[in-house]
Design a protein around this ligand. Structure first.
Ligand SMILES: Cc1cc2nc3c(=O)[nH]c(=O)nc-3n(C[C@H](O)[C@H](O)[C@H](O)COP(=O)(O)OP(=O)(O)OC[C@H]3O[C@@H](n4cnc5c(N)ncnc54)[C@H](O)[C@@H]3O)c2cc1C
Length: 427
């Protein structure tokens, strides 16, 4: 009779406590043989930014990793996106409806901080460490040492970098790919954006009651820019967004948001009251800022030895297809499925390689399609312009490859690769 192989505990450090790191920590906490600690550089765990939408692929991935996913999503105050209405905001077809997308599987819109709060709630306090900024990583004798800027360090079996777009862990993973280093750095995607969260009643009074009869997302396609709003926080808050093409990307990622910049950007639709309302709402915040959108144009691998990267550290994307956080949740699903199979630290490398193999092509495809979606929403796509019919055509199938993920198949592909690597490469 063959005996079940024994399983050794695995000590794993997650660097970065944003949505990617904390979702992964939740997913790994379901497996007794994995001991997880999360190291966050900030003095507290906090989600910067405004709202975040979780589409059906992201929600399903969360259900795959967390038994209490439904409760968590509800407690985080998710508002169902009943539909997304794309309107033409400028040109000959101004005010015409281009597309009214209603799906049977609705996306949910959250205030980021609420989603992070609920994800943190179920993690043991002693596994969460703040004021721990990673300085460097070294791998030796099958162990990984992480050193922090406060001169402390710890040794573990594996490290997962969830430290965002300018990830230190990413630099470590890609350190040997010197020739490609520049391509691998985050760079400007050709758009900038600004956003503000405003009380629901204020948005309704400023933009027009007709846009708030039901909770839906509105997107107005202008010439070179887009305005959009959606409802979050149990219907109490509206996220207002203005994005535009960026001709000559500035080296600094943010700059003050001025009325002059907004009026120049939206000159093709300034005579619409809705546009004027959006400008008022965007400027009505302390020190309003415009941010360049940056992304990873190329990432040859997400893994090196006992270190790998997830979330924006691996695949930062523009927000046009609302998918960055969703991809991070999918990462957690796949990585947790793989690490659940790992019987000892020697097999981690095989798991990380399998993770990279299945996740890299999917995530890069989303980065590339998201950038192109930006040109459609900004009214600058050659096949669509500001024509409602052509806009509808251009947008109709754009989300299929994202929302249509077969989660079980995706996990099975990763597990098959892991088994192959485990047998052939790592003893
Ligand atoms: C404007 C905008 C709108 C978006 N809208 C959507 C949307 O609707 N739907 C969607 O799915 N996605 C959306 N995204 C993408 C989504 O927000 C990100 O993909 C997601 O939040 C990434 O999470 P993360 O944890 O990987 O990175 P981050 O949120 O950047 O977290 C990284 C964490 O690591 C910490 N850290 C950094 N360096 C170190 C270090 N050296 N040591 C320790 N800790 C460190 C940081 O302090 C931070 O807490 C949007 C993005 C933007 C910019």
């Amino acid at each position: 009779m063959s005996e079940e192989p024994s399983i050794s505990p695995i000590k794993l450090a997650i660097i970065g406590g944003g949505l990617a790191g904390v979702t992964l920590a939740n997913a790994l906490a379901q497996h007794d043989h994995i001991v997880v600690h999360v190291y966050e550089s900030a003095p507290q765990f906090s989600a910067r930014g405004a709202a975040v939408g979780l589409a059906v692929n992201a929600q399903n991935a969360l259900h795959h990793v967390l038994p209490h996913a439904s409760e968590l999503l509800e407690n985080a105050g998710g508002v169902p996106m009943n539909s997304t209405r794309v309107m033409v905001g400028a040109g000959a077809y101004m005010n015409q409806l281009a597309r009214d997308h209603t799906g049977t599987k609705q996306g949910l819109v959250f205030h980021r901080a609420s989603l992070l709060r609920e994800l943190l709630r179920s993690l043991p306090e002693d596994s969460l460490h703040t004021n721990k900024k990673l300085n460097n990583i070294s791998e030796k004798d099958g162990k990984v040492e992480v050193r922090f800027t406060d001169d402390t360090s710890m040794i573990c079996d594996a490290v997962v970098g969830a430290d965002g777009i300018f990830s230190t862990v990413r630099d470590h993973v890609l350190r040997d790919l010197q020739d490609n280093q520049n391509d691998c750095k985050a760079s400007a995607a050709g758009f900038w954006d600004c956003r503000n969260l405003v009380p629901f009643e204020r948005a309704k009074a400023t933009l027009g009651e007709q846009y708030f009869e039901t909770h839906r997302q509105y997107v107005w396609v202008n010439d070179g820019a887009v305005t959009a709003h959606d409802v979050c926080e149990n219907g109490n808050t509206v996220q207002c967004v203005i994005c535009a093409v960026e001709g000559d990307p500035a080296q600094d990622r943010s700059r003050p948001l001025t009325r002059e910049l907004l009026e120049t950007t939206l000159k093709s639709s300034l005579d619409r009251a809705h546009t004027q309302g959006m400008i008022e709402l965007l400027l009505d915040q302390p020190s309003p800022k415009a941010y360049s959108e940056w992304e990873h144009k190329a990432t040859p691998t997400y893994a090196s030895g006992r270190v790998c990267i997830v979330g924006d550290a691996a695949h930062a994307t523009t927000p046009w297809q609302g998918s960055g956080a969703g991809l991070a949740i999918e990462d957690a699903m796949v990585l947790a499925a793989l690490l659940a199979r790992v019987r000892s630290a020697n097999e981690i490398e095989a798991a990380f390689q399998a993770f990279s193999d299945v996740r890299q092509p999917r995530c890069q495809k989303v980065i590339d399609s998201s950038r192109e979606t930006g040109t459609i929403f900004c009214g600058r796509h050659p096949a669509a312009g500001l024509d409602p019919e052509r806009l509808n055509e251009a947008l109709t199938t754009r989300w299929q490859h994202i929302h249509g993920l077969d989660h079980d198949k995706h996990k099975s592909e990763a597990l098959a690769k892991f088994e192959a690597y485990r047998v052939t490469t790592w003893p």
